[in-house]
Structures are given as C-alpha cells and as structure tokens.
Ligand binder design. Structure first.
Ligand code: APR
Ligand code: ZN
Length: 369
C-alpha cells in the first residue's frame, strides 16, 4: 500500500513528505494506522547526524498512537480496530530480561530494531524500490506503520490520539522514573533538573505519590509557571543564585534531596543531581539522554557515603502492561497531558515542529495525519 510519510533522507536535511510503499504485516506483526505523533528530542538527535547509530533513509518518530488496521498470522493480543500505542521498548514476556522481572529492557528484537529493520531482517518501507529504514521499531512519522505484536500496547477505545500519543515516550518516561525507577515515597523531598516535557512529568508523578518538596531547577525562568501547575513547590534558576548550586539545594532541602532527576541530558548537571542528594540514602536518577561518547564523573566518596546513582529508559515501564494503566490515569483525570500539548499541526508541517522544539518554544508539538 501507499502511505504518507515524512522521510529523513540524510542527516541534517529537512524531512520530506512522500508517498512511500509499505508492505503488509508478516506473521506476528500488525499494521497500525497512526493518528497522532509527538516530536521528541531523540528524533532530532538522530536527524542531526550526531547519533552514531542513525540510519538513513529512515522514517523517524516514536511517540505515536493509532488503530490496528490489519494483523499478521498468529497475532492474538490485538485485533483490527483496537487503539494502540507503539512501543520502542517492546515487552515479549518471554526473554531472559522480561522473565527476570527486574528490568523493562526486553531484548527480544533489540538487534534488528537497532538495524532499522523488522525481526525478519527486512524493512516494510520502500520508495521506488529503495529500502527505507524503520526507526526505534516504531516509525510513527507515517500514517501507517508495521510493528511486531510485542511492540504495541492496547489501550482503551475512548482515549484521544492527539493526547495519549505522548504516553509513547515523554509522559511514561517522566512518570515511570518516579514510580518504577526511584519508587519515591510520600513525604520525600525531590529535585527535578530540567522542566521540559520530561521534567514536568517527573513533577506530576512526584505530586501524585505525595512528595513533600518538589524543587524544579531550570535556566529558563519562563518554565516556572507551567511547572507550578504540575506540582512544583520551589523553583531555582541556577543563573540567579549566588555561589554553588549543589550547596544551595542541599540547604534548601535541609540536608539534601531524597530523590533527584536529571531531565536534560547534561553530564555536568548529572553530577550536580547526584551530589545534592542526601547523605546516606539520596537516590539520583538519570533520565535525560547525553550525547554519544560522553562520560559522567563524581568522587567515589559520594557513593561510599550512601548516595545512589541510577538511570532509566522509558521510565522503567513494561510497555504492554504499564502503558494502558497510564492511559487510564489520564482518562480518570489523575495526570495532566493536555497542558503538555503546545500545538497540534498536520504532518506536512513537521519541519516547523522541529524548529519550534529547537527554539525551546514548545513543550510538545503533536502532529496529525
Ligand atoms: N541547567 C538547568 N536547566 C537546563 C540546563 C541546565 N544546564 N540546560 C537546559 N535546561 C532546561 C531547558 O531550559 C529546558 O527547560 O532543561 C529543559 C529541557 O527540556 P526540553 O528541551 O523540553 O527536553 P525534554 O523533552 O524534557 O527532554 C529532556 O530527556 O528524553 C530526553 O533527549 C531528551 O535529553 C532530553 C531530556
Ligand atoms: Zn522480552
């Protein structure tokens, strides 16, 4: 079939809207009509050429929602008409990783996903007979995409696509970091570095679990108002305080934070986030994605004296199990997604959506088809 897609032909070039060929789902795969997709920093990172694993040409996009249009042989967990969210971390419930119950990093299709192809080693996308790579196993910048069954989360039938698509990445990453990875307890003091789409979700989850202080740190004071709406209790702009930021935050939290979250991807901030944790028990979670090859550092004494450094991918969420629950939380009014959607535009304006993200003008742009 012919589908409409934003094709990334090469690094650093604008995306091009094309009609491309999409082959139908093979055994164990599903065809999904994508109804809405967010634009996230990871897409921009790969498009920029800075991602050493980036493959071109490719159809990017990993924060989508849609409807199952066709199922391949042997597919049992979803049927035509089901609403789904594509998962860039699948959940096979069968591999060593899934069975460990200690991680969400299912490895069932890891190798082929990284190679930009389906589990059988081939791509479903092509243009004029030339192969186009899949991206993160999702390729949501197309109005139809093919996914392995284990990489779709079935969600309820009344969930609005242009909101719940953000659960495919940013919302789950932030909320899951608090609930699954850090397991923040009621009464905890929390510091969140970076008040973008991810940081705001950390904040609303911290409020949800009953945190005491929720301190937001951002160089851009314009982020304050929105963060307060999500539950931030104290705001710190590092450029406006005198002296050392770590000492300031330790003082503010009366001895250090119980939990901190780095939601920027800056290795210097990662160090600050660890070091403003409380001696003896403070836990710092790296959520932001640093550039390839970058390294973090601190004095080992920080860990010897009880601080813990962790990281999280997709908020530690097991996609098929946890994503439907987060959709329910949204539908029940427990979490706010509406305020994260700064603008909705047709896929044809995707390059403007990237520009707006680079300028820091938006929390998220949602594209529709
Ligand atoms: N100190 C404090 N705040 C900073 C700093 C800094 N050194 N550098 C940037 N910021 C703030 C920005 O002002 C912005 O508000 O961090 C925020 C980052 O937000 P976004 O750019 O909207 O990013 P977001 O979508 O939240 O993603 C954050 O998570 O998924 C990853 O790749 C993504 O690494 C990125 C991170
Ligand atoms: Zn698995």
């Amino acid at each position: 079939m012919k589908v409409k897609a934003a094709v990334a032909y090469s690094a650093g070039k604008p995306l091009s809207i094309e009609m491309v060929d999409l082959a139908g789902p093979q055994a164990g795969e599903v065809l999904v009509e994508i109804k809405a997709t967010g634009v996230c920093h990871t897409d921009a990172y790969t498009l920029s050429g800075a991602d050493p694993e980036g493959l071109f040409p490719a159809i990017l996009g990993h924060e989508g929602a849609g409807i199952v249009a066709e199922i391949g042989a042997g597919v049992t967990s979803v049927k035509v008409g089901d609403r789904v969210i594509p998962l860039y971390i699948p959940e096979c419930r069968n591999c060593e990783y899934c069975l460990s119950r200690k991680t969400n990093l299912c490895q069932a299709i890891r190798l082929t996903q990284g190679q930009g192809v389906m589990p059988d080693g081939t791509s479903r996308f092509s243009i004029d007979g030339q192969k186009i790579h899949h991206y993160m196993g999702t390729s949501t910048f197309a109005n139809y995409t093919v996914l392995p069954e284990i990489a779709v989360a079935k969600i309820r039938d009344d969930a609005p696509f242009d909101k719940v698509c953000l659960i495919g990445c940013g919302v789950t990453t932030g909320i899951g970091a608090v609930i699954n990875t850090a397991k923040v307890e009621p009464g905890s003091n929390v510091v969140v570095f970076g008040l973008g789409g991810v940081g705001l979700n950390v904040i609303q989850a911290a409020r949800l679990v009953g945190a005491n202080m929720i301190v937001g740190v951002d160089l851009n004071s314009e982020k304050r108002q929105m963060a307060e709406k999500f539950g931030m209790t104290h705001f710190v702009n590092p450029s406006e305080i005198e002296g050392d930021l770590v000492a300031y935050l330790v003082d503010l939290t009366k001895g250090g934070a119980d939990y901190t979250f780095e939601c920027i991807g800056n290795i210097n901030v990662m160090r600050q986030a660890l070091e403003c944790c409380h001696k003896g028990w403070g836990v710092s979670v790296i959520v932001g994605v640093a550039g390839a090859g970058q390294e973090i550092s601190t004095r080992p004494f920080q860990l010897v004296t009880g601080r813990v450094w962790k990281g999280t991918a997709f908020g530690g969420a097991k996609g098929r199990t946890d994503v439907p629950k987060i959709v329910d939380w949204y539908m029940d009014g427990k979490i706010n997604i509406d305020s994260l959607v700064s603008q909705v535009m047709p896929i044809e304006q995707i390059n403007q959506a990237f520009d707006a993200m680079h300028k820091g003008e938006v929390i998220r742009t949602v594209l529709t088809f």
